[in-house]
Design a protein around this ligand. Sequence first.
Ligand SMILES: [Zn+2]
Length: 1041
Amino acid sequence: MAEQEATGLQVLLRTLQSCSDRESILTILQVLGDLLSVGTDRRIRYMISKGGSEALLQTLVDTARTAAPDYDILLPLFRLLAKVGLRDKKFGQKALELEALDVTLILTRKNLSHSQNLLHCLWALRVFASSVTTGAMLGINGAMELLFKVITPYTQKHTRVIRAATDLLAALLKSKSNSRRAVNRGYVTSLLRLHQDWHQHDTAGAYVPIRRVLLLCLKHIAALRSGREAFLAAQGMEILFSTTQKCLDDKSLGPIVSVVLQILRQCYPKCPLPLVTASSAYVFPVPGTTTSEPPRVLTEEDFEDDGDEEEDKDADSEDVKEEDDDLETDVNKLSSRPALDRPEEELLQYEAMCLELSCSFEELESKPGDDLNSGGTQYANHHHIPTEASPKQHCSNKDQNSWEQEREDTVQTSLLSMVKKGRSPVQRASKKGPGMRPCQNAQCSGLGMDSSGSEIPDIQAFLKEDAWDIDMISCPAMNASFPSFTKSRETVEVIDKLLQTHPRHIPFHDPYLYLAKARRTKSVADFKMMAFPDLWGHCPPPSPQPLLERKCGIQRIKIFEDVQRFIQPSDVINQVVFSLDEPWQDTASNCLRFSSKFESGNLRKAIQVRENHYRQSAAVAGGAPRTCYYTLTFAVTFPHSEDVCYLAYHYPYTYTTLMTHLDILEKSVNPKQVYFRQEVLCQTLGGNSCPLVTITAMPESDSTDHLEQFRQRPYQMITARVHPGESNASWVMKGTLEFLVSSDPVARLLRENFIFKIIPMLNPDGVINGNHRCSLRGEDLNRQWLSPGAPLQPTIYHAKGLLSYLSSTGHSPVVFCDFHGHSQKKNVFLYGCSIKETLWQAQSSVGSSAILEDVSYRTLPKILDKLAPAFTMSSCSFLVEKSRASTARVVVWRELGVSRSYTMESSYCGCNQGPYQGLQFGTRELEEMGAMFCLGLLILELKSVTCSRQLLSRAVALLNAEEDTLDLHLQRCSSSSSSGVPSELDDEPPCMEEIEYSPDSSSDQEGSFSELDRQIQEWAFHKDEGQEDEEGPGQGRKATP
Ligand SMILES: [Zn+2]
């Protein structure tokens, strides 16, 4: 059947091209028309593949070049051309080569007053112009002038022709050279005039499609700088603003309003950053640089995106997805392991950071039966992620038996009870997931505090002796009773009184210790102020906050407000009220006062725009030249007068907070049980210590067996906060740390079976000085892992050194994970590395089936997907991108051979799946994620072939006790282990079948073209109703999607 059709079709096409007999041609066109009218796109594509386009174009040229062109042939031919041309990506090029462009333009010119013929010519030109280069050629040959003769002056006669002409004009204006020509010929004014005329006369809204396409013409022109200038000069903002005001509520005019908004946004003059230089307001001399570069002055150039010089490009040449371009397809690069990036002797220095490998633990008694659990009740050894029982635990006053009670609670409410049950989201009515119970009493009694309480007098004494030179910013109303507040010598007393007046104990936080730590934190600007909330400590919001729903039309309102301000600038004040660069300007009265001179503060400049409208810029601006930034707008209502309010991008987590936290953690553990060592990985450029934490269980005794077990524990390495703005990563890390030292049975198992190496803050300087992404050198440290240098990227250099040392001594970590925050995606997810998936995605010619790859990199994310309420596998990716070649994830995977090397991203926003669907992330949820990550590591081990029999049996006992809360997932571990099948492999079907790739289904672009199809069909339907067509658009027809 298909065979017959093929031969038939080819014969027809061949005959059409060679035949000169009028009747035969008409018959063939008739047959082809019938054939294609019932057929699907596939039939048309088949015809194209058999040379259909060329045959039709050739017939057109031959017919048109005769002395008196025969319109009985031309009209059906044009309709066929339009139909076929829509589906032929190379149609414009073919038309150009066969000289069909010229003949069609000539026919168009001849038929300006014959609407029927004109309409058909315009349709043909429209498909020719689908290619931008052909469109540019048509422009050179005067097509636009011709079209303006058709569409101006305004008329409602022959609207079908006008529609086709505006469609064609819009297609032509996609070419930049045509847009330039339009600007030079003053078409911007003509188009605005037409827009006004149609707006005025089409009160019934019958011609929305024409009006919309006219606006699209303006939009294409406004892509050029000269186009925008012409638009502004022609009062375009005012015209579009005023014509649109009354249409806003009319839904049928929605398509018009949306294009108007796009034009207004495009043409709204870009506001230069109100900064003198692109460099930071703070200056830091980087070691090794002798000449200090003069600060780069911002010029107009920095803010202009000048696309005018760009060549006309065909859209289909850009079809290749950018993302895939970035994939690493060099198999050598993917699978070879580069040599060590430094002399091997250098690794010896890290021996001192792995004392656990050499320590003999002589202080331990050699009593294997010693019950370690009996001692140490004075240690606040628990994690405080709220659990079913924890509100009671936190909020009740402690009685004599509290510690004991607490221990019981802790054991009973292990992390396991918070594992998410299935994937069904909780009802929206009860927006609480597991572990989300709010603290009922605002004044929770702290837990971590108490153990360190004994330290308080010492610190106080220390602070009093040493004149205290750090002030804090607090609420003036609160200080009213402490008039001497500002005198630094008395700060401690003031804080003391404040803390007594407003007692609030935050677990694992201590304001006094914070004071001592803050003093050692070195900032470039030498901050003398402390942010009060940071000193005070953070309590998570009492209940989870729902995600804000985007109000319909909010963006519209904002844009119109902007435009109104632009065209009516009368109430604009525009006064600098705070500036790090020009501190003398910082004196304005009668307005809000700003400050950012405290740790992690990053406000550089504030400008009062109108009475209650301010504009702020970040302290470290920088950014690439010619980058356009968007403005975030938000409204704050201050509930109290004379109040101090802090505005932050996300829950802050400062370096000082971390250092305080680590000290309290260390004191909270029972040193007989928990091996917790805090040391300095290195000094940063800014002179701060980058902490390294080691957590494991103490060996049971110093017997050879126990020491052997201790030293053979596999390593896990976790890092965070290489990007200082991603404070969510620190909250996840906080959850991880607190869980790992806790008395949760899972934590105990983890400690007994692993050694955790944790670098909780890879970029302390960035955090302290309020950077968003960079180090003090202005570098993204997560792009320095390929070849970090000790002098300039010390934390990365030594983190990599430590990993190399572990690797060289046979202790490569089982898992490496770097915690990050994600500003665009929701939920929590992992990025990992896979050769096969990368080659597959890139559709590489290298047969990925030939490459052997351990698929275990997928196990941990799959486990977390089942455990952690916030986590979702569906956002995970395992592709190796060229642009990520120097990130921790890729370098640790490739150079250090850690197959489970990850970046864990936590949303700044919240969840759109799972039990937390529709909720924002508070610190509680982030901390919980940190704990769940640890549980994930344990289950990963249980599923691995190397898992020891002892761990397995203990874990199974523990997990079985929690049968109700754990799903089949875990039970399977125990059953598969008894059958002796290596569970890690068992669980992973071969890569190819298992992964649901969604290869870019070459989606049809019909959507955009179907409109022309529809017009042609509509013409066929209406053609007998006479020439004076006054068709309203879409009469009684379904609107095309
Ligand atoms: Zn990041």
